[in-house]
Design a protein around this ligand. Structure first.
Ligand code: PMP
Length: 360
């Protein structure tokens, strides 16, 4: 078996132990004589899988009473619509802090349902820094403030949760979910597609403060309605059963490896190593302001971009896969999610050092 180090931004690498458990369970889950893909979602077996995954996620993030945890479909992009439909309410107004491509898409989608304003954007700086809090144009009567704690494409991450006063804070946490502890009580809604740190594509987790539910716009599709989904334990219709099960296995893996605190410690070490190497070289560079650098997605540019293709081809040959940067940034991007072992980052740095020596 030849597993590569997979630096894909998502779907991203999964822990090998999780894949092995899924493989062992595939034909016959726990003596049921069937795979999780073939089970009724209403049967005892799947309900036990779903309940365990939900309880483990609550444990991992220490989700307080008064919050519901939902496993929905439609991706994080589905929540770009789900959030305004559920929360905009009578005010019909929401403020967005845009620090990269995903925040831009979120505010555009929300604009279909109400007055979604860009309250601050880092676009003038090509999204290489977070606009200073003092410059944010927040409105007192906004139903919520939305931000993207980690922008997957630009590799820009908020170092802390912003203070927006009493207005509910909504976070698209897709690419930093479960990578570190988070104080859920500071948020109105947290949502995240699974396919980076939590499991395979196909399921989107939404953690929502209960008091914000039950005020969805009448046009809201029932599958996006937080209250209806919470009342139905996320089974208003057939849920993404297999993806939910895979998330459950991943949650068990995180719990067995030090929880989100353990992940945070390892992720900080991995990111520090890589940024230190990039900063110490004239051959590579990362354009993001140091205080806003992502621990999950590390974009880097070669001083001579005519070498990009050779870099990527040789990296692929060396078992370092999917390092191509997003077209809007160019260059390379190494996504180093929870399941990327430290040895993968070491291998990448060794390769980069050798490539610089041969081409610098
Ligand atoms: N938000 C962020 C921060 C993302 O990284 C992504 C996917 N890369 C999305 C939203 C869109 O997620 P999905 O494809 O699950 O709709």
């Amino acid at each position: 078996m030849a597993r590569v180090y997979n630096f894909s931004a998502g779907p991203g690498t999964l822990p090998v132990e999780v894949l092995e458990t899924a493989q062992a369970d595939l034909l016959d889950w726990h003596g049921t004589g069937m795979s999780v893909m073939e089970m009724s979602h209403r049967g005892d077996a799947f309900v036990s899988i779903a309940e365990k995954a939900t309880a483990d996620l609550r444990k991992l993030l220490d989700v307080p009473e008064g919050y519901s945890v939902l496993f929905l479909q439609g991706g994080a992009a589905g929540q770009f619509a789900g959030v305004p439909l559920n929360l905009m309410g009578d005010a019909g107004r929401a403020d967005y802090i845009v620090t990269g491509n995903w925040g831009k898409k979120a505010v555009k989608e929300a604009g279909k349902y109400g007055d979604a304003q860009v309250a601050a954007t880092g676009e003038a700086d090509a999204f290489t820094r977070i606009p200073p809090r003092a410059d944010w144009q927040l409105r007192d009567d906004a139903a919520y403030v939305h931000y993207t704690p980690n922008e997957t494409i630009q590799g820009v991450e908020f170092p802390e949760v912003p203070d927006v006063g009493d207005t509910p804070l909504v976070a698209d946490m897709s690419s930093s979910f479960l990578s570190q502890p988070v104080d859920v009580s500071k948020f109105g809604v947290i949502y995240a597609g699974a396919q980076k740190n939590a499991g395979p594509a196909g399921v989107t987790m939404v953690i929502v403060r209960d008091e914000l539910m039950g005020r969805a716009n009448a046009q809201t599709p029932m599958v996006l309605d937080y209250k209806q989904q919470a009342d139905a334990d996320s089974m208003l219709n057939t849920p993404p059963c297999f993806a939910w099960y895979m998330c459950g296995l991943t949650f068990e893996w995180i719990l067995a490896n030090g929880g989100v605190e353990g992940m945070a410690e390892r992720n900080a070490r991995k990111a520090r190593k890589l940024y230190d190497f990039i900063d110490g070289s004239d051959f590579y560079r990362n354009p993001v302001a140091p205080e806003a650098r992502s621990r999950m997605n590390v974009p880097f540019l070669l001083a001579d971009d005519s070498l990009d293709k050779t870099f990527l081809a040789q990296a692929e040959e060396a078992g370092l896969s999917t390092l191509k940067g997003h077209r809007s940034v160019g260059g390379m991007r190494a996504s180093i999610y929870n399941a990327m072992p430290e040895a993968g980052v070491d291998a990448l740095i060794d390769f980069m050092r050798g490539f610089e020596k041969d081409n610098g």
